[in-house]
Design a protein around this ligand. Structure first.
Ligand SMILES: Nc1ncnc2c1ncn2[C@@H]1O[C@H](COP(=O)(O)OP(=O)(O)OP(=O)(O)O)[C@@H](O)[C@H]1O
Ligand SMILES: [Mg+2]
Length: 229
């Protein structure tokens, strides 16, 4: 049974995105890594949080299990449509880890989410493929009168390169905002699932700096969401 909702915390629960999804049909963009870190971040802030693993590969649910955090595997679009709102009755935040394909599952997630974050790598192949997910978001917004709030962010960036500048230029000016926070490529982020951990729990300077980047990203995303309320 899920825990009862909490009544504490920094951001008033009514200003939180009840359903926060990480989606991108491009495989390996950083959805599961982002979703698991978001669950740990919200949990450590005192919000009751659950991860919904909507990806057939079920990578994030195994990781969540090791972190001893609540998780549900729901890979069926109709079940997602029905179950996501029900979970918000028990948890402050429901974080959804989307699949790496443009499927009915992704569409169901977009129809139910309040805030959608789209991780994108700074390679030209990844940038070129964002059109599909942006189109999905646009269509969901047409149906839902402007919802969900959505933003892209650059993930696993190797440094302040020409590619990063070009990636920013390519993503800015589209219909979805690009978050100014850039998540760096860090070995500790890659190592986190193997160590049954997250960068919020790991010791050392590198995890601390990666944790700060995730905090900055999520804080920026929450501000964007609050501005739309
Ligand atoms: N910021 C980062 N720095 C270093 N490695 C990263 C970072 N973000 C993700 N990775 C690594 O990149 C790989 C893909 O990440 P992840 O599994 O989160 O992507 P995904 O979008 O969920 O993929 P899929 O579509 O297959 O589900 C993983 O090995 C992960 O550890
Ligand atoms: Mg994944």
């Amino acid at each position: 049974m899920p825990k009862a909702k909490s009544a504490k915390t920094a951001v008033a629960p009514q200003k939180l995105p009840k359903i926060l999804a990480f989606v991108n049909q491009k495989g390996g963009s950083g959805k599961s890594t982002g979703a698991v870190h978001a669950v740990d971040w919200f949990t450590q802030k005192g919000y009751t949080t659950v991860l919904v693993d909507a990806d057939g590969q079920q990578s994030s649910s195994g990781w969540l299990h090791e972190l001893q955090l609540p998780c549900k595997v729901i890979g069926d679009p109709e079940a997602l449509f029905d179950e996501l709102p029900k979970l918000t009755e028990y948890y402050d935040v429901v974080v959804v880890d989307g699949p790496g394909n443009a499927s009915e599952v992704t569409k169901a997630i977009l129809v139910r989410s309040n805030l959608v974050l789209i991780p994108c790598r700074d390679s030209m192949i990844d940038l070129a493929s964002t059109g599909k997910i942006v189109q999905f978001v646009r269509q969901a917004r047409e149906i839902r009168g402007g919802w969900p709030v959505a933003a892209l962010y650059l993930n696993a960036v190797k440094g302040n390169t020409v590619l990063l500048r070009e990636a920013k230029e390519a993503l800015q000016g589209g219909i979805l905002p690009l978050l100014s926070t850039v998540l760096p490529d860090r070995q500790c982020i890659k190592d986190a699932p193997g160590q049954a951990s997250t960068v919020f729990r790991m010791k050392g300077t590198a995890p601390k700096s990666a944790a700060n980047a995730y905090t900055k990203l999520l804080t920026e995303a929450l501000k964007l969401f609050e501005a739309e309320l």
